[in-house]
Design a protein around this ligand. Structure first.
Ligand code: GRF
Length: 200
């Protein structure tokens, strides 16, 4: 299966997926809206095709997303993975990749959609934090949930402390979710994802 990974920054989740050497998964490209994303250089050094489209050079979100779709589709993806891709996507984009685009979000959805999730969890006095991998729909951070990981919040934690603890879990869960998708074992049933064996 062809996989296209979209990043905006350091790309540690992308690295975790690449390093997992998932059976039957071909990382066709790593793409970014940020030409300076550190993860692009990391991928290129490993012989993975990379490209970027700077969203600041487009007049509108629609035009940027459309250009991104054309770029992505050149790699004929079976799965588009948003790994720290910090852009809100148009309905057109979400529809085009319906049921074949997944995102990682650093909170236990449906709590804390959007930005600054760990600080908001601290501000609310939460005793746990975590991450969610979900299918992408046109409603932000709202698609069917594939996997979630939980970590404790302990007294004295800063948002950076929580982020680091959650990130370690992200790196475990994301390659597994990609592997499950590639193996064909994720069945979407409304907002639920049921994990099945191929033999079921
Ligand atoms: C991750 O915490 C992800 O959940 C969030 O942004 C961060 C990206 O980190 N959306 P990286 O670029 O994968 O290192």
């Amino acid at each position: 299966k062809n996989i296209v990974i979209l990043i905006s920054g350091r790309g540690s989740n992308m690295q975790s997926i690449v390093n997992a050497n998932i059976p039957n998964a071909h990382i066709a490209a790593v793409l970014s809206n940020n030409p300076n994303a550190a993860g692009l250089a990391w991928a290129a050094e490993r012989g993975i095709r990379t490209a970027s489209l700077n969203h600041k050079e487009f007049a509108s979100r629609e035009e940027f997303d459309h250009a991104m779709m054309v770029l992505i589709d050149a790699y004929e993806p079976d799965l588009v993975v948003l790994a720290g891709f910090m852009r809100i996507l148009t309905p057109e984009f979400c529809k085009h990749y319906e049921n074949r685009c997944i995102n990682i979000h650093p909170s236990l959805l449906p709590s804390f959609t959007g930005l600054h999730t760990h600080q908001r969890a601290l501000d609310e006095g939460c005793r746990v934090a975590g991450c969610t991998i979900h299918f992408v729909t046109e409603v932000l951070d709202n698609g069917a949930i594939i996997a979630q990981g939980v970590v404790p919040i302990v007294d004295g934690d800063t948002a950076d402390d929580v982020a680091a603890r959650v990130l370690a879990v992200e790196h475990q869960l994301f390659p597994q979710a990609v592997a499950d998708f590639v193996a064909g074992s994720l069945k979407i049933d409304g907002k639920r994802v049921v994990k099945q064996n191929q033999a079921d």
